[in-house]
Write a new protein. Structure first.
Length: 197
């Protein structure tokens, strides 16, 4: 035990401690330098603005910026953006990111999602309008015909053609309701009025 304590006080022990510390410092320095170079520490690229670019244009811009991309499922159609163009991106434009970072983009679909015309025949105009609005369709006008059921829907028109329940239309389509005026007559005279609601 006395020899060990003497060794701890000796010059040789302090030299070995010094060498060990120097090796550790050199090792840490080398590892940090390697990490800086391999992770491009302090080197960033600015995420470009991809809004309203087509998928082909977006690919070129992303490649030029040394980034990668992934297209997410299309969102609901946005009429303010061209069809099949980028409407959202993450990270947002202007952010600084490392090279080869993945940018997630959402693409505008080709048009509004289609919805089925609900069962509105023999339903009051007010209820039919509410059902249509609930699924994204609009009543552009109401035309009245001589039928006994006042404000009861008898037929549906889209772009001048009669359509049936279940017919698929793009959201925001405008349709016409053919309703009864409360008069039962053989003359089916038609009068129109614009929908006020």
């Amino acid at each position: 035990m006395k020899n060990f304590l003497n060794f701890l006080k000796s010059k040789v022990f302090f030299i070995q401690i010094g060498i060990a510390l120097a090796v550790i410092l050199v090792f840490v320095f080398v590892v940090l330098r390697w990490l800086n170079s391999s992770t491009n520490h302090g080197e960033f690229v600015v995420v470009p603005d991809l809004a309203k670019l087509t998928v082909t244009e977006m690919r070129d811009v992303v490649d030029e910026a040394s980034l990668r991309y992934e297209v997410l499922d299309s969102a609901n159609y946005n009429p303010d953006y061209p069809r099949f163009s980028v409407i959202e991106q993450n990270p947002p434009a202007g952010n600084k990111v490392k090279e080869n970072r993945k940018v997630y983009v959402t693409v505008n679909p080709s048009g509004y999602k289609k919805v089925s015309v609900p069962k509105i025949i023999q339903v009051t105009r007010r209820n039919a309008t509410a059902k249509l609005r609930a699924i994204g369709l609009d009543v552009q006008r109401v035309t009245y015909i001589d039928e006994f059921g006042k404000d009861m829907v008898y037929r549906i028109k889209y772009k001048g053609k009669y359509i049936e329940e279940g017919y698929k239309l793009p959201k925001t389509s405008k349709i016409e309701l053919i309703c009864g005026n409360g008069n039962e007559s053989e003359s089916n005279q038609v009068k129109s009025e614009s929908e006020d609601e």
